[in-house]
Structure formats: structure tokens, C-alpha cells
Design a protein around this ligand. Structure first.
Ligand SMILES: [Zn+2]
Length: 358
């Protein structure tokens, strides 16, 4: 395995709002991170300039102000998100964004990341599928070599589009099958339940893809969407999925079948603390394999994983051992081969034991 290059010493606790050395150096896993949500304001402006685009914001300050002014909720987030994502135009853009993403992962001591990307949004703008996948792969390979962070790709269905479009995406991906770990589903959820894509998921399972799906928090049918994702799509994980806590039978199914949740307790500039801490606590204590992730780190104040985990630990009152368990959960439900999981879990245990003996 590639050795993890973390800091060797650490101490307990959080001080002055800064991540503790324990959280900073903790080896981490990220399972819910959208490539298209990692465009820093600086990168956005560089792409706007290079691609000669009209863009509503002309400076880093204006971009930050627009992020702060977004309406709450999924729609408000997505409407802004897609304006930013349109700045990605070329194969080279994808390469640079993927490379920069792994640089940021390294800064958070992430050792393994599973990265979502949304081909339909790009191909519907006239960008060839091959430019998307080849550009991203080149950036991830260069980033892995440079920063020692390993990555896998999860191709997402945009759920507001038709099932026919999702199946067409799977066809386009076929020549690149070995570059893609799994299939997911994201974007506008209201009125687009998982069952809409039963056929696409069945085809993906046939092709050997690992399966996950977004069931975003507090949608009007969040609980039934989670049931559909489990029973109809037969996913191995749920992205978000925190409304499961409302249904004890569902919690039991998730726990018994080891279907993990990739929670994203992000914080917008207007939030006093990371979102959804109570539900995460309940699911964590119920023994569900809940994990901590950053979703779209350039678009939330929680940023990348060291900052987010530090804020969750502080606001949620978690011990260092609890934080290690979140990472163990993430390795358990990751799509790494079993021998690699075991290697990383051993590194994590060694790290945790160092803290216990400190
Ligand atoms: Zn997401």
C-alpha cells in the first residue's frame, strides 16, 4: 500500500477554533465529495478568464457574497452551484480541477477519496463524455502521484433528467468502465424518486458498478426515497439519508445490512454550527455506519474534511475515539478492496492507540 504521510505526534482537544493536532493528523476518508463542488473562487475566476465567459461575479469577494446570499435548502444550493460549474469547459479544465481537489485532500490528510462527477450536466452542454472522463482521470492520476492521495470515481445520474438519458450515460461510459468505481444519483430530488431509475440501476449492477444514491435531507419524501433506494435500487450506501432516523424500522435495516450513510454536516456562513448534528448523533449511537463528509467544500464554510470534522467534534461534543469511529465507519463502507481496507484500518488503529497513550 502507499504509505500515509501524516504527522507523527498529536494532542487532545480543540483550541481557539483551530483544528486540534489530533484531528489535523488523523488519516481520513472522504466518500461524499462532488468534483464540481470543489471550484475555489480563484479557480472559478481563472476558468472564466481563460474560457472567455460571461460570469455574474467578477471577484473573490463577489463570489463569497453570492455564496452567503443563497436561499436555504437544496434548490437554492443547486441553482448557484450550476452557474459555477458552467465555467468548466475543456478537458484541461477537468484535469486541473481534479488535480487541485487531490491537493486539498492531502492538506486534510485524506488517504482515500471517492469522487462524484456529473457527466450529464457536461454532455448536455456539448462537452464530449470522453473529455470529461479522460480529463478527470488525468488530473486524479497526476494528483495521486504528487500528493499520495488515492481516489476512485462515482458517476452520478442527474435525477431531474429522464431515465433514457441515464441509460445513455451508462452506454457512453462503457469504454471507460474500469475507470469508474460506482454509480450514484444526485441533483434536484423533489418529484424524482429513486424508483424512476430502477432500470438504469439494474443495468449498472449488471455491469459491476458499486451503487449509491443521494436521499437529501428534509425533502418531502426523504423517508420513502431511502426505502426505495434500499429496496428498489438495492444500493450499498445512501448519500445523506439522515431522515432515516424518523423510521425505527429503516434504522434497523440500515444497521443490519451495514448500509452506511455519507452524512454532510456542512455549515453555511449564516449557520451557527454544522447542520444536522442531532440526527447524526442519534444514528451514530444507534450503530448505523454514519460517516462525515464535505459534499461541496468550496461552497460551504466548513470547507474540507479537517475543518468540518473539527467543527463537528467541537459542536457535537465527540471524543477523539468517536472521531476515529467515524473514520472506521468510512473505511468499512468504502469501496476499497478488502485487503486495502484492512491495511488502512490498521494504520488508523495505530494512530488511535498513540492518542490513548498520549
Ligand atoms: Zn452530494
Amino acid at each position: 500500500m502507499r504509505r500515509w504521510r501524516g504527522l507523527a505526534c498529536h494532542s487532545r482537544g480543540v483550541s481557539n477554533g483551530q483544528p486540534s493536532s489530533f484531528i489535523t493528523a488523523l488519516p481520513k476518508v472522504e466518500l461524499h465529495l462532488h468534483l464540481e463542488g470543489t471550484l475555489s473562487p480563484e479557480t472559478l475566476l481563472r476558468l472564466v478568464d481563460r474560457n472567455g465567459l460571461d460570469f455574474p461575479y467578477g471577484s473573490v469577494g463577489e463570489i463569497r457574497a453570492a455564496l452567503a446570499a443563497r436561499p436555504a435548502g437544496l434548490e437554492g444550493f443547486l441553482d448557484h452551484h450550476y452557474v459555477a460549474v458552467q465555467t468548466i469547459q475543456t478537458r484541461q479544465d477537468f484535469t486541473e480541477v481534479a488535480y487541485e481537489l487531490l491537493r486539498e485532500c492531502r492538506a486534510s490528510n485524506i488517504v482515500w477519496v471517492e469522487v462524484f462527477f456529473d457527466p450529464q450536466f457536461h454532455t448536455s452542454r456539448g462537452i464530449p463524455f470522453e473529455s470529461v472522463i479522460e480529463g478527470i482521470t488525468e488530473g486524479l492520476e497526476a494528483g495521486s502521484a504528487e500528493f499520495g492521495v488515492e481516489a476512485g470515481l462515482i458517476m452520478c445520474i442527474n435525477r431531474e433528467r429522464s431515465e433514457r438519458s441515464a441509460v445513455a450515460m451508462l452506454d457512453q461510459a462503457r469504454p471507460y468502465r474500469e475507470l469508474i468505481l460506482g454509480l450514484g444519483m444526485d441533483s434536484y430530488e423533489e418529484g424524482n424518486p429513486p424508483s424512476k431509475f430502477a432500470r438504469a440501476y439494474a443495468a449498472a449492477r449488471e455491469d459491476g458498478y458499486r451503487l449509491t444514491a443521494h436521499c437529501d435531507v428534509d425533502q418531502s419524501t426523504s423517508v420513502s426515497n431511502i426505502w426505495e433506494a434500499v429496496d428498489v435500487l438495492r444500493v450499498e450506501r445512501i448519500d445523506h439519508g439522515l431522515n432515516a432516523v424518523e423510521d425505527p424500522g429503516l434504522v434497523e435495516v440500515l444497521r443490519e445490512r451495514s448500509i452506511g450513510l455519507t452524512a454532510c454536516p456542512v455549515r453555511r456562513p449564516t449557520d451557527p454550527e454544522p447542520q444536522d448534528l442531532d440526527r447524526i448523533r442519534q444514528l451514530f449511537e444507534a450503530g448505523v455506519l454514519v460517516t462525515l463528509n464535505t459534499d461541496d467544500p468550496a461552497e460551504f464554510d466548513t470547507g474540507y474534511l479537517t475543518t468540518l470534522m473539527s467543527e463537528v467534534q467541537s459542536a457535537g461534543g465527540y471524543t477523539n475515539a468517536d472521531m476515529v469511529r467515524f473514520v472506521q465507519n468510512a473505511f468499512e463502507i468504502s469501496w476499497l478492496p478488502q485487503n486495502r481496507k484492512d491495511d488502512y484500518l490498521a494504520v488508523l488503529s495505530e494512530y488511535a492507540e498513540g492518542d490513548a497513550g498520549a
